[in-house]
Design a binder for this molecule. Structure first.
Ligand code: GDG
Length: 468
């Protein structure tokens, strides 16, 4: 997240900054820089009523903590990919070491009445490290990715320590009730925590609240951006280049959890089994690179590019390229405009904590003539967006049938489905999500409680996750 929130950072980082702006507070996290000699002392920048405090990482810390443990152990396990798990003792040690160092860097800046909100899988032991330093503040944790069932989670190195360290938080939030349930099952099975009430667990001497807080987007703002996006130069060029064909869109950071390879296969299956659609649709897949320094990601980058090339080679015609694969970021307004002009949004992750693209696609649609969302049942968003066409992303033929159905869906049905989903997105916004979590952390509301009232003092404190 840039210090002034000015670039095209994801909607979530911007929303968290918005929550901080309301009451003022401190934003602490990694600067995104790797330096020869990383100092424990944070660099501090004041922007209005928000203090940004950021620390750098050394190459060793980056390799072991971020590229290593976070992205090669935690990420695959939390996405149910035991086959991709890589265990390395140095990485595990590095993960806990960096969390300890980060806690020590933040400690001098903390006030006794600060509420602390820690985000994502990079910082699981953070509360426990702060507790060791003597802090009794209310500390909440939100996991942006799924939490798997105990048989999978228990393959994590230092599994027991993770569960115990999570006991340092007062509130632990997940995207879906299923993730929360999986986590509670882990605590009980390991004999580390016991249920003491609805959503409450006792871990040692601490009582923690565990609940589902599905993250939202800034729905109205996104819808407005999409309207503006229609006039965007790139969107207009895209519209012209379609020459009347329908657009199917996929937007995902390059990641194996997103099921891009399987999606290309499903699209190919759709064209083969529906020859009437040949030369009548274009599938645009926007996939910015991510984590290119992790070897599996580099390999995947090549594989997906090859797969889309091969598919185009076998399906395409002289005047028709079925798949347009773009391996870089497009601007925020252009993205919103592209969603709006698409007939189908193809969001088929093999596993996803939430998936904000699904929500953005819905928010961007024209109310009078909305496109159809085809959504994986394994995305957290499927809980709220159950009026989409839900699919099993592993089943290419079923996905192909879903694409055909989406393209042929009558206007009335499209409108009905869209209206229900849009209403939900208008209620469950990212602001409501922040409010509900913080109210729960502040003890002002029960789980799933009322939106939080503004506090008189500042001090809520998101610990920001590392860049994608
Ligand atoms: C993690 C969890 C959870 C993507 N390409 C471009 C672009 N994006 C933006 C999208 C969206 C964001 O990036 C991606 O968000 P997702 O939620 O879909 O996926 P992850 O990055 O994996 O996020 C996920 C999320 O955390 C929040 O809790 O939902 O499950 O994995 O906002 O629009 N934005 C622009 N150009 C692009 O090319 N401007």
């Amino acid at each position: 997240m840039p210090k002034d929130g000015s670039t095209e950072a994801g909607g979530l980082a911007v929303a968290l900054e918005g929550a901080l702006k309301q009451n003022g507070g401190l934003w602490f996290g990694w600067s995104g820089k790797i330096v020869g000699n990383a100092s424990e002392q944070p660099e501090i920048v004041q922007a209005g009523n928000i203090t940004f405090a950021v620390v750098d990482l050394s190459q060793k810390d980056y390799d072991e903590y971020y590229a290593g443990f976070a992205n090669r152990a935690l990420w695959p396990i939390c996405h149910y990919r035991l086959d991709l798990l890589q265990i390395d003792r140095h990485d595990t040690e590095g993960y806990f070491r960096v969390n300890r160092t980060f806690a020590a860097s933040l400690a001098p800046l903390l006030r006794p009445d600060d509420l602390i909100w820690v985000h994502d899988y990079h910082f699981i032991p953070f509360a426990s490290e702060l507790r060791k330093l003597g802090f009794n503040n209310r500390i909440g944790f939100f996991l942006h990715i799924p939490w798997p069932p105990s048989d999978i989670a228990s393959a994590l190195p230092a599994y027991e320590r993770f569960l115990k360290d999570l006991g340092g938080y007062d509130v632990i939030g997940f995207h879906t009730p299923q993730d929360a349930e999986n986590f509670q099952q882990c605590l009980v099975r390991e004999g580390i925590g016991s249920a003491v009430g609805a959503g409450e667990h006792q871990i040692d001497s601490r009582r923690i609240r565990i609940g589902a807080f599905p993250v939202g987007i800034d729905t109205e703002a996104f819808a407005r951006t999409a309207v503006r996006g229609e006039k965007n130069a790139l969107v207009r060029r895209m519209q012209a280049s379609l020459a009347g064909r329908d657009l199917i869109i996929g937007v995902d950071r390059l990641d194996y959890s997103k099921g891009i390879k399987q999606r290309i296969e499903s699209f190919s299956c759709f064209i083969r089994s529906n020859p009437a659609f040949r030369n009548r649709v274009t599938y645009l897949q926007i996939t910015p690179k991510s984590r290119s320094d992790v070897p599996e990601y580099k390999r995947m980058q090549r594989e997906i590019a090859e797969h889309s090339g091969t598919t185009n080679g076998s399906l395409g015609e002289v005047d028709w390229t079925p798949i347009r694969y773009v391996n870089r970021t497009v601007g925020h307004a252009a993205l919103a405009g592209l969603y709006r002009m698409s007939r189908v949004g193809l969001v088929t992750p093999l596993r996803d904590g939430m998936n904000l693209v699904a929500k953005e696609f819905v928010a961007a649609q024209r109310p009078e003539d909305p496109g159809v969302l085809v959504l994986s049942r394994f995305a957290g968003a499927a809980h709220e967006l159950d009026c989409s066409v839900l699919v099993n992303p592993y089943d290419a033929e079923a996905c192909a049938a879903a694409i055909a159905r989406a393209l042929q869906m009558p206007l009335e049905e499209r409108r009905e489905r869209w209206t229900t989903m849009m209403k939900r997105l208008q209620t469950n916004t990212v602001e409501a999500w922040c409010g509900q979590f913080l109210a729960c952390l502040d003890g002002e509301a029960e789980l799933q409680g009322e939106p939080r009232r503004p506090r008189e003092r500042g001090g809520s404190l998101p610990l920001e996750a590392a860049p994608i």
